[in-house]
Design a protein around this ligand. Sequence first.
Ligand code: DX5
Ligand code: ZN
Length: 212
Amino acid sequence: MVKISPSILSCDFANLKNDIDTVIADIDYIHIDVMDGLFVNNISFGIPVIKSIRPHFTKLFDTHLMIVNPERYIDAFSNAGADLITFHIEATEDSNKVINMIHEKGLKAGISLRPKTKVEELIPYLDKIELVLVMSVEPGFGGQEFDPSAIEKIKWLKEYKMTHNLNYEIEVDGGINDITGKLCKDAGADVLVSGSYIFKAVNRKEKIELLK
Ligand code: DX5
Ligand code: ZN
């Protein structure tokens, strides 16, 4: 069964804990989108918000850093309570250094790529990380349309994982609903991130079941 990681970017921030409470029993990870206004145009939220919600939830904090030079903040996100830190290959000159920093904190490391970045660019890191996050929208905003180029990347990553006997999870993020989610799952995705499809729904539990 595919894992579900709802993106809290689509929550009502005045009501964040209650919004997460409405889905927590049915989900696997909590997807936390951090944006710095540089790597992406948008600014979302950061370390104090993660720190505030951490004591209330035991599920894995799936932290997606859309920030320039993530190596500057690995300590801070680790201290705030991240369990998995995913950074963008386009955001750093030294992906190996970022991966090592995350592992030195005892956390899981994930690597992500924008829709226009070739999946082969990840090859040097695939035996070092625990998760690959395939972006199926241009990072920056929730509620965008799914980019089907993600499907080929997921298939490639699945094939590469099998032939090289690797263990990373394949996660996909952006425009995921019951239809696009099924395409991704069939292509080999292990984890579906979903923001607006879940949090804008009246019956969130039903939407999560449909994704699964
Ligand atoms: C986009 C974020 C996504 C986004 C997904 O930059 O990384 O996690 O919140 O939102 P939906 O599911 O609405 O596309
Ligand atoms: Zn995300």
